[in-house]
Design a protein around this ligand. Structure first.
Ligand code: ADP
Ligand code: MG
Length: 502
């Protein structure tokens, strides 16, 4: 799709330093919207959770959602921000069909939270501090669906549908200061930063934090400057990247693209970019200057929000343990080695493993399934492991089926593929495919006789004491029983038959 030239990442790094900046939008999971009593529910019939305020009908007045303010303060505190004693809302004016009011109610000069930081742990254990400029409250826009064009894009579409259920959903937008000094670890840092923000809002319980539903969305700003130069380069802003892998890839791609532009002696254009998962590249969106003229002005229909210091301290006391402390605790609880635990964190399945254990799996079983089975599948599908949609209960069931001797590990892995393909629950798939470990000795003995007859030289070796050679016979039996035999039992029976001690 994209015809933009790119430099290799290594070459880009030899010549330039990247500067990053992230705007992360977090949808709050309050019962109702930011300024109206309409329900804040994902996935309902389009345009059913909408009222007069969301549509900006004449004569209506917004009322601030107190719970949303509380959640915003909690986010600010968890990001080590200062909390404004008093702050106001502002109107950001623009026309777009997803915003029937023709303005978005946001904050401008005085965000509720500002001047914070997050310490981000990278894969090798080093800690990188990302400074937070501000976290402000605003409302989400409606959702447009473009029909008839390619891949849901507006370009080439025949018509567009709009669902206002999302308009007015409370958002907190978290904006970083420019991030310098990440060097070649910029893509990794990008992913780790968004993962950290997601983890924080999830642990705070203020957002469902499901990136595939758009609960957490990231705009990634990237610019390059030649080594040694102080002044920042011109940035691009890749909009609404909604998976952790995509954040990493988008930053990497933009670094490579900027490097090629600069190398050719051309200026980088300050613009928004769209991320395309299929091609792992971005395309041009709209030009965007720093002084985008939204004609912000103070929202006349809302009074300032005053957060008393007592309230802020009360909220601070309710904050859950910070991510670093939580990790220490989980590692100790689960008994993972340093390396095992870091692999789990880097694979992005900490929450998933915690949920699987909560659903009844042991720590080692949960790790075996996530790290051994699911992470690889997610990589192949180019999604985050949590986005594959494997329910903790599925893993618990699969493991029980194996432990009860109903299926073996290999079958369990195939059943998982069936679950992911939407064929049903593990039990349904086991029944539908007629899977069962053959543990009745009768058919096994028949298959063993056949396998021994087919490989008389191997049988002779085993008789002569070379028990390691047994694998070939076990393999033959497994093949003959289409993988449904209990390999341990097969081994015992072969040794018995040949009169050899295991
Ligand atoms: P806008 O609304 O125009 O996108 P914001 O201030 O909301 O502006 O966000 C811009 C983001 O980009 C911030 O995180 C900021 O730190 C970052 N940023 C600003 N200048 C640069 C630059 N030259 N290179 C990379 N990031 C930048
Ligand atoms: Mg912005």
């Amino acid at each position: 799709m994209s015809t933009d030239a790119t430099l290799s990442f290594e070459e880009a790094m030899e010549k330039y330093d990247p500067v990053l900046g992230f705007e992360v939008h977090v949808e709050l999971n309050t019962k109702t919207k930011m300024f109206s009593s309409a329900p804040n529910v994902f996935g309902d019939e389009p345009n059913t959770n909408v009222n007069e305020v969301d549509l900006g009908l004449p004569g209506v007045l917004p009322v601030v959602n107190g719970k949303a303010i509380e959640s915003s303060i909690k986010i600010g505190l968890a990001l080590n921000c200062k909390i404004a004693e008093s702050c106001t809302f502002a109107r950001k004016q623009y026309f777009y069909p997803d915003t029937p009011k023709n303005f978005q109610t946001s904050q401008y000069e005085d965000p509720i939270a500002y001047d914070g930081y997050l310490d981000i742990e990278l894969a090798d254990g080093t800690v990188f501090r990302v400074e937070i400029e501000r976290a402000h409250m605003e409302e989400d826009a409606g959702k447009l669906t473009h029909k008839g064009g390619a891949a849901g894009r507006i370009q080439g579409a025949d018509f567009s549908l709009v669902d206002y259920n999302r308009s007015g959903v409370p958002l907190v937008e978290i904006v970083t200061k420019p991030i310098e000094g990440a060097g070649s670890r910029a893509p990794e840092l990008a992913k780790a930063y968004v993962a950290a923000v997601r983890e924080i809002v999830k642990n705070l319980g203020v957002s469902d934090a499901r990136m595939e539903r758009g609960n957490v969305r990231c705009d990634a700003n990237v610019s390059l400057r030649p080594h040694g130069r102080e002044r920042f380069g011109i940035r691009s802003e890749t909009k609404n990247v909604n998976s952790l892998r995509a954040v990493e890839h988008a930053v990497r791609y933009e670094i490579q693209r900027h490097a090629a532009v600069l190398d050719a002696g051309n200026p980088v254009i300050q613009e928004t970019r769209h991320w395309h998962e299929e091609t792992r590249s971005t395309t041009s969106g709209r030009p965007k200057s720093d002084a985008d003229d939204y004609r912000y002005f103070p929202e006349p229909d809302l009074v300032p929000v005053v957060a008393s210091r007592e309230w802020v301290e009360e909220l601070r006391a309710t904050l859950p343990e910070p991510p670093a402390a939580r990790r220490k605790r989980l590692q100790a609880d689960w008994g993972y080695s340093e390396l095992e635990f870091r692999d789990v964190v880097n694979a992005g399945v900490l929450d998933e493993i915690e949920e699987t254990i909560a659903a009844g799996a042991s720590a080692s079983v949960a790790r075996k399934w996530w790290m051994g089975e699911i992470v690889g599948r997610a990589k192949n599908a180019d999604v985050d492991p949590g986005q594959l949609g494997v329910e903790p209960a599925t893993i618990v069931t699969l493991n029980r089926l194996v432990e009860d001797g109903k299926i073996n590990n290999k079958m369990a892995s195939a059943v998982l593929d069936g679950v992911l393909a939407g064929e049903g629950t593990p039990e349904e798939i086991v029944a539908a495919r007629g899977l069962a470990v053959v543990s009745d000795d009768g058919p096994l003995l028949e298959a063993i006789d056949a396998a021994l007859a087919a490989q008389p030289d191997v049988a002779e070796k085993i008789r002569g004491g070379k028990v390691q050679a047994i694998g070939a016979i076990v393999g033959g039996v497994m093949k003959a029983t289409r993988g449904q035999a209990d390999a341990g039992r097969v081994r015992e029976l072969i040794l018995e038959k040949l009169g050899v001690e295991g």
